[in-house]
Design a protein around this ligand. Structure first.
Ligand code: IPE
Ligand code: IPE
Ligand code: MG
Length: 232
């Protein structure tokens, strides 16, 4: 992996938990639990390889339309991993930032998420953004409304500063698992020049080796940004 040019910012659409579980004749919640465990494995490996920023899509705004039973199971998982088993997140040694509208979450989960952000605020070597009840269009609209309320015109730079990802460089590589070729309302503005990589693996079975394959593939891409030569 030494000569591979790594993305500074890697974003992950962790899709396929439910199908992975259903194929094993297990409840969907079993897939979500395996999915969270794999998130630790893959984020840990990405940081270990030298990626500085990882953004994971944990729950979309549209996912709130799922049955309450599944949402409660997901909230329980957040409760576990942001509180009782928070050492798994602390082990990543990354600054943790939760992005999205947390008001839809149980209040104890909101409190533990904000507490973990505080606790990890001093970690400067790596950043883990966890998108929860996040939607890119919703984010663009709140940014537009903020600009309007401030009576300001915006340019690309000042618009970035109004988004929930303010201060974070755009993703260089977006990996989506679960055999779907779409962005599902993830980082739409920021993804303008992201390289996209789709894996047919379901998220719980996406391995460290699969991540390395995606990074090698990214490294071979010619990023022209509309110009004629790749940027080094
Ligand atoms: C992704 O897995 C995780 C969440 C959206 C919370 P899914 O739950 O979408 O799994 P599939 O796509 O139904 O298999
Ligand atoms: C995208 O997966 C959201 C997350 C991985 C959190 P979905 O399963 O919600 O996407 P669609 O509905 O198949 O587009
Ligand atoms: Mg899905």
């Amino acid at each position: 992996m030494r000569t591979v040019k790594l993305p500074v910012h890697l974003a992950l659409i962790m899709d396929g938990n439910g199908r992975w579980a259903t194929r094993r004749l297990r409840p969907r919640a079993y897939g979500h639990k395996a999915g969270v465990q794999n998130m630790f494995r893959i984020c840990g490996h990405a940081f270990h390889l030298g990626v500085r920023i990882v953004t994971v899509f944990a729950l979309s705004a549209e996912n709130l339309s799922r049955p309450q039973e599944e949402l409660d199971e997901l909230f329980d998982l957040f409760r576990t991993f942001f509180d009782k088993k928070k050492e798994k997140l602390l082990e990543l040694n990354a600054k943790i930032h939760v992005i999205g509208d947390l008001s839809a979450l149980p209040s104890d989960v909101q409190v533990s998420m904000r507490a973990l952000e505080e606790e990890t605020g001093g970690n400067t070597n790596a950043l883990l953004n966890i998108c929860v009840n996040y939607g890119a269009r919703q984010d663009v609209l709140q940014a537009v409304n903020k600009a309007v309320s401030l009576g300001r015109f915006v340019d690309d730079e000042s618009f970035h500063a109004l988004l929930l990802t303010a201060g974070v460089p755009d993703p260089d590589l977006i990996i989506r698992t679960g055999n779907e070729m779409r962005l599902s309302n993830f980082l739409l503005y920021q993804a303008a020049y992201a390289e996209l990589y789709f894996s047919s693996k379901m998220w719980p079975e996406f391995s460290r080796r699969d991540l390395e394959k995606a990074l090698v593939d990214f490294s071979s891409r010619n990023r022209r940004f509309g110009g004629l030569r790749s940027k080094e």
